[in-house]
Write a protein that binds this ligand. Sequence first.
Ligand code: CTP
Ligand code: CA
Length: 224
Amino acid sequence: IEAALADGPLRGRRIVVTSGPTHEPIDPVRYIANRSSGAQGTALARALAGLGAEVVFVTGPASVPPPAGVEVIRVETAAEMLAAVQAALPADAAVFAAAVADWRVANAAPQKMKKDGSGRPPALEFSENPDILANVAGMGQGRPRLVVGFAAETHDVEAHARAKRARKGCDWIVANDVSPATGIMGGAENEVTLITPEGAETWPRLAKDEVAQRLAQRIAEALA
Ligand code: CTP
Ligand code: CA
């Protein structure tokens, strides 16, 4: 379905947004996951579309529904997310709000694992997933003009986020403190620090929708 594109400062811009957790299978009925609800990525995609962008929304199994007016690509694993993002390029900007599982189960079983009666649990082995953000940020030809990552940290937020920005080669990092005491993970509010080449700005604690609108506005200014 062709959604009617809103008019606005991002009209004619194509933006890829990743969102939600990924699920990494253990066997056909079990998986490894994380607590991401997909709320911030969803709000951001909605805000970008509201400013007129053509948004490709690549989402893992989130607990909130995707926004209207965007192209939704549903994936399960990090490997599928990487492939979907690559297929969605070229784009003017790419924003990586997904909480990608860092590891997948290397010895996932093709059939449901059964207790063997020994009382010994199965030994899961892990391998590291591809870093989707670093992959896209490191593209030569065809790199989106603006590549934005998120950094969910539980301590030393700004220092970790600055290091992450340098390591991954992205333009901006949106850092937040997700330690349990903040109630941010799974909640309706977010308190972020935006790290750009010009420095770091900490925004007040705001509804995730408001964080999304501010960020969308900044992206529009950067692409203008
Ligand atoms: N990210 C990604 N692919 C991965 C891991 C992370 O695209 N395999 C992206 C996230 O979407 C986010 C940014 O990288 O935009 C930072 O994710 P984060 O989990 O904070 O960073 P990691 O490099 O995985 O470091 P760690 O979890 O060890 O802090
Ligand atoms: Ca991680």
